[in-house]
Design a protein around this ligand. Sequence first.
Ligand code: SF4
Ligand code: SF4
Length: 85
Amino acid sequence: MLAYDCVPAALGAIMNSVNVYKGWCKKCGICIAFCPQKVLATGADGFPAPGNLEACTGCRWCELRCPDFAIVVSTEAREEGTDEE
Ligand code: SF4
Ligand code: SF4
């Protein structure tokens, strides 16, 4: 499984995670095409990968459009004092 975490600049208290399950993904590119923020791109291995992860709003449009349930977005509140320098 590929897992990516992001912290949108405009949503400092929120952390979005985009997870791609390679065993289910057929590399169709639908999630990439439908991402309104252009977060996703085709990675070197052909699977979707975030190229602009900080722009992810956690809208879950990629997850909802995936015909194979292969991409999952989760949004979590960040606890204070967890910032990394
Ligand atoms: S829409 Fe689903 S199956 Fe298609 S590339 Fe994205 S994660 Fe893979
Ligand atoms: S949650 Fe929305 S903004 Fe984030 S990668 Fe998926 S479609 Fe793009």
